[in-house]
Design a protein around this ligand. Structure first.
Ligand code: B12
Ligand code: SF4
Length: 500
């Protein structure tokens, strides 16, 4: 069977081409294991128009991924496909998985979407593929309308899906239980991606050829539930792969694919420290520690002591992020991060002492913030003095506690899913005395105050990567801080393409 997996085009191109979509890479690997002929169409990097590609490849099944700002483009892509080819279209990913807000229904009721997959997708995707294939084999009059005929009852017992039968009725089936054994998954199918089209994990900092930069996921989920964090995909139970299983993939990335940089994308990789010690020892023993790697999304600060960090350094860890979020103790308590400022201080101290570079993720404009608390955040970032401080303005994603709180007590300033991004310099909501103007002012101040200190400027200019990457660094800086016209133009272009 021919299957296509699509990553919808996104209107902030520079930030989304850092690495291939790992979720699609897993789904593609599962489909290949099943014997399907698979194509990945990452609309962010493809030159060919989608409709033309679909007409040429004529898939039997299409899957489209969607986080919140991508979802409308996912629906537009579905319409573009159905206009040229009759094929069942499945949408999955973090946005349609927010059942709490009925966002599975929202996608399923789009005229060109047939099935929505909620949560982790590998098993569900394969079950859908099997059903479609079996149906095609048995029917002479194969069409999506026939496939979605309620009288045939083809989808009634498939766990983890929401679907629309051809009478327009929506059906939400029971959830699927999370994968118990992550070691049973195949490795992500990077060969399905045009690797030369990606940048690298952190292009503003490192000078690595994008086709030599790979991601890996060693665990899934997070046992915490911070009030701002969108956790629609993974259940609260944290699950990990065995160290030996991770090592085998790591070896493959380095020895077969020539990885020069590896990004660990886990939400919380260090929940079980023992597993990391084991993995680190294996990387050292197998001579894989010469390839630098990064914890891209942050590890828990309460589980990052000097002993662990120096072992990880020895194993090749170059840089790690921490979700610091705020410098104000009351705000920190209110977001349920289950950590305190001293623990964060200790983690930065231990990590730096081990010789590892640090990134601090900070959020400006949490519910309840004042000018003073936001200033605390800026001051705390300066005190911690990471290599990179990444300030974002609080964006309340559907399904999070903050989203519910803003809907209850605040004023949401956006009502278009495409605006749910935090790269842009606009506040997304107001609450009480916390106005958009204030949040935007403090956000700008954060970058100014943190980066325009003599220390950080000198440190950046001294690095080899900075000079090697100078033209690109300037381009990224310009696009990140002065991108308004370009983004507006791109959005209009996307809408026009969809209508034409
Ligand atoms: C890496 C990452 C990025 C990278 C993406 C690189 C890339 N090309 O993929 C970068 C840094 C660019 C990024 C950017 C953004 N990200 Co991001 N990102 C992540 C992160 C940390 C890991 C993603 C991942 O690989 N997961 C592991 C894979 C296996 O899971 P998955 O992709 O979700 O896929 C599984 C299921 O969702 C499902 N599935 C997904 N798609 C489909 C499709 C079909 C057909 C089927 C059947 C199933 C299915 O099956 C897959 C396998 O189980 C997640 C957090 C997380 N834990 O997922 C946040 C996360 C996805 N990002 C998030 C956000 C908000 C963003 C931004 C909007 C932030 C911003 N700057 O404004 C941008 C959006 C850019 C864009 N175009 O997508 C949110 C999304 C919330 C939401 N409601 O949409 C998350 C969940 C973080 C969080 N906890 O809040 N991100
Ligand atoms: S912010 Fe980090 S610790 Fe908190 S729920 Fe999300 S992934 Fe877990």
């Amino acid at each position: 069977m021919r299957v296509v997996l699509i990553n919808p085009r996104f209107r902030l191109p520079i930030d989304t081409r850092t690495s291939p979509h790992l979720g699609l890479a897993y789904l593609g690997a599962m489909s290949e294991q099943r014997g399907d002929e698979v194509r990945v169409f990452d609309a962010d990097v493809e030159d060919q128009p989608l409709a033309e590609f679909i007409q040429e490849f004529r898939p039997h099944l299409v899957g489209i991924t969607a986080n919140t700002p991508q979802v409308k483009q996912a629906w537009r892509h579905a319409a573009q496909i159905k206009a040229v080819h009759d094929v069942p279209i499945v949408v999955g990913g973090p946005h349609p998985s927010v059942v709490y807000e009925d966002l599975d229904f929202e996608s399923a009721e789009q005229p060109d979407v047939d099935i929505v997959v909620r949560g982790e997708g590998e098993e569900t995707w394969i079950e859908i593929s099997e059903r479609v294939e079996a149906f095609m084999r048995d029917q002479d009059d194969y069409s999506t309308t026939a496939l979605m005929d309620p009288a045939k009852g083809l989808w009634e017992d498939v766990l983890g899906i929401t679907y629309k039968t051809n009478d327009g009725e929506l059906h939400r089936n029971l959830d699927r239980v999370a994968l118990a054994d992550l070691d049973s998954l195949p490795w992500p199918a990077y060969h399905l991606f045009r690797m030369d089209k990606y940048t690298n994990l952190q292009p503003a900092t490192d000078d690595v050829d994008g086709s030599k930069s790979f991601s890996i996921l060693t665990s899934r989920g997070c046992p915490y539930r911070c009030t701002f964090c969108s956790q629609s995909i993974m259940p609260i139970k944290w699950r990990s792969r065995s160290a030996a299983n991770v090592l085998a993939e790591w070896k493959h990335l380095v020895e077969d694919l020539g990885a020069e940089e590896i990004g660990v994308l886990d939400d919380s990789a260090n929940i079980r420290k023992k597993r990391l010690f084991e993995l680190a020892d294996m990387l050292i023993e197998n001579n894989l520690n010469h390839v630098p790697w990064i914890f891209v999304n942050g590890i828990r600060a309460n589980l990052a002591d000097y002993e662990l960090m120096s072992k990880l350094k020895e194993a090749g860890l170059k840089r790690t992020a921490f979700g610091v979020e705020t410098g104000n103790p009351e705000i920190l308590k209110s977001i349920d991060k289950k950590i305190d400022l001293d623990t964060i201080r200790a983690a930065f101290k231990a990590t730096k002492a081990a010789g590892i570079e640090t990134i601090a993720f900070m959020i400006i404009g949490m519910p309840g913030e004042t000018r003073e608390t936001m200033q605390d955040t800026i001051d705390f970032a300066i005190e911690l003095d990471p290599l990179i401080a990444n300030f974002s303005m609080m964006t309340p994603y559907p399904g999070t506690a903050v989203y519910a709180q803003v809907k209850r007590q605040g004023r949401m300033l956006i009502n278009d899913w495409e605006d749910y991004v935090f790269f842009e310099q606009k506040a997304r909501y107001e609450m009480g005395d916390m106005t958009a103007e204030l949040v935007e002012e403090m956000y700008r101040k954060a970058y100014r105050q943190f980066y325009l200190r003599p220390g950080p400027i000198w440190r950046r200019v001294k690095t080899k990567d900075f000079w090697a990457n100078l033209p690109r660094n300037i381009r990224i800086a310009l696009r990140t801080f002065l991108p308004k016209e370009e983004k507006t133009g791109l959005r209009k272009q996307m809408e026009a393409e969809a209508l034409s």
